[in-house]
Each structure stands twice: as structure tokens, then as C-alpha cells.
Design a protein. Structure first.
Length: 218
């Protein structure tokens, strides 16, 4: 079954380039294109894509607002943000809005396709790559430091698991580190999703940084 993708970017050449690149990929199909955030929200509601490739800078309703509205609708659609390092000021807001990961526009095609598949499968783009670096950068900022650094309601083992998720480890790597089964590691992560109200692993990484379990690299 193909991954259904909606392209949201105000630059026609970017959309056209992505559409052409994806056209020959058998397991991914483009189901719509949006030139504005408002159009992306409407098409996400109508076409119900698995993934929206969302540019941050668009006229009117920007990518952050559009992401927030798409996620708030509560459907299965996930948002994968298209960014450049010039867009870093907006990335933390996009995470807060519910984005599941980030793509840099000059990434190789295979990396873009892999990211689409990862997010469609219910995971998130964390590490190695742009997301963990960007999270670390924004958690380091004074506005983030002023937030409460409390973490209640989780067990000591879940705290250990959250720390390792924050460092970018997969379930298999967590299992190896803690000498537990992969199934047990996955169960701990699932309970963290529920207890912390996290949509995916990106947001568990944010929680790990904000509560001080993981500190940004210096």
C-alpha cells in the first residue's frame, strides 16, 4: 500500500521537483499540492494523506499554523516539515504544533523518501540528522530554560528509557543498553507516550531536554 503524500510549498518549482522525484517511486504517491497553509489544511481534510510535506514560510496561514490545525483535527495525517537552516527560528514552534520531523530542502532524494516512510510508519525523524540538533538548539534558549523542569508520574525505569530516547537511541539500542527485551523497551516507550501526552518520539526528546534528563551539547 502506497504512502499518500500532500506537498505544501508556496514555490511551484519546489513542488514540481518533488512531484517528479516521487513519481517513479512505487510505494509513495502524491495526492495533492498546496501553495498556502490554508490550502494545505483544506486538502489534508479532504484527501487525508499519510504525510504532509510542509514548508514553514507560506503566505497567509504559515506552515506552523497549518501544522497546528491539521494535528488538532485528530486524524491520522502526520506533518514532516520542509526547512532550511535559515528557518531555525520557527522550528521549535513547529514541534510544539505537532510536527513529527524535519527535512532540509537540499537533502538527497533517498533521504527524503526514507523520511517520508519513517514518519508514515508512525515514528519520527530524530537522529542522526537535523531534528536532534535543532531541538538541542532551541532547548538551550532562555525561553526554554524558564519552563518548569519537573517530571512526575513516571517510574525510575521509564525515566531511564526517556533519557535514552532523548539521546536518540532506537528501541533495540535501548533494550541492549538496559539489558531488557525489545518488546519491553517498546512497552516502556508506549507508556511514556501516554503519561507525557507525547504524539511521537520527537516530543519525548523534547521532554527529555526540558526536564534536564538530557543536556544540549556544548
Amino acid at each position: 500500500m502506497s504512502v499518500r503524500v500532500l506537498l505544501a510549498d508556496d514555490q511551484p518549482l519546489v513542488r514540481a521537483g518533488l512531484r517528479v522525484l516521487i513519481a517513479d517511486v512505487p510505494d509513495i504517491e502524491v495526492v495533492g499540492e498546496a501553495a498556502t497553509g490554508a490550502e494545505a489544511v483544506r486538502l489534508a481534510r479532504e484527501a487525508v494523506p499519510d504525510v504532509v510535506l510542509m514548508d514553514l514560510r507560506m503566505p497567509g496561514t504559515d506552515g506552523i499554523q497549518a501544522t497546528r490545525q491539521i494535528i488538532a483535527a485528530g486524524g491520522p495525517t502526520r506533518v514532516l516539515v520542509l526547512t532550511t537552516f535559515d528557518d531555525d527560528e520557527h522550528v521549535h514552534s513547529a514541534l510544539r504544533a505537532g510536527a513529527s520531523g524535519f527535512l532540509v530542502k537540499d537533502m538527497a532524494l533517498e533521504d527524503i523518501l526514507a523520511a517520508i516512510r519513517v514518519v508514515a510508519a508512525g515514528d519520527s525523524l530524530i537522529a542522526p540528522g537535523v531534528t536532534r540538533r535543532l531541538i538541542a538548539e532551541f532547548i538551550r534558549r532562555p525561553a526554554a530554560a524558564s519552563r518548569p523542569r519537573l517530571l512526575a508520574g513516571i517510574t525510575d525505569r521509564e525515566r531511564e528509557v526517556l533519557t535514552l530516547v532523548g539521546r536518540g537511541l532506537s528501541n533495540a539500542e535501548i533494550a541492549e543498553q538496559l539489558v531488557i527485551s525489545v518488546a519491553t523497551a517498546k512497552a516502556h516507550v508506549a507508556r511514556l507516550f501516554s503519561k507525557l501526552g507525547a504524539r511521537d518520539r520527537v516530543h519525548l526528546v523534547i521532554a527529555a531536554y526540558e526536564t534536564g534528563l538530557v543536556t544540549p551539547p556544548r
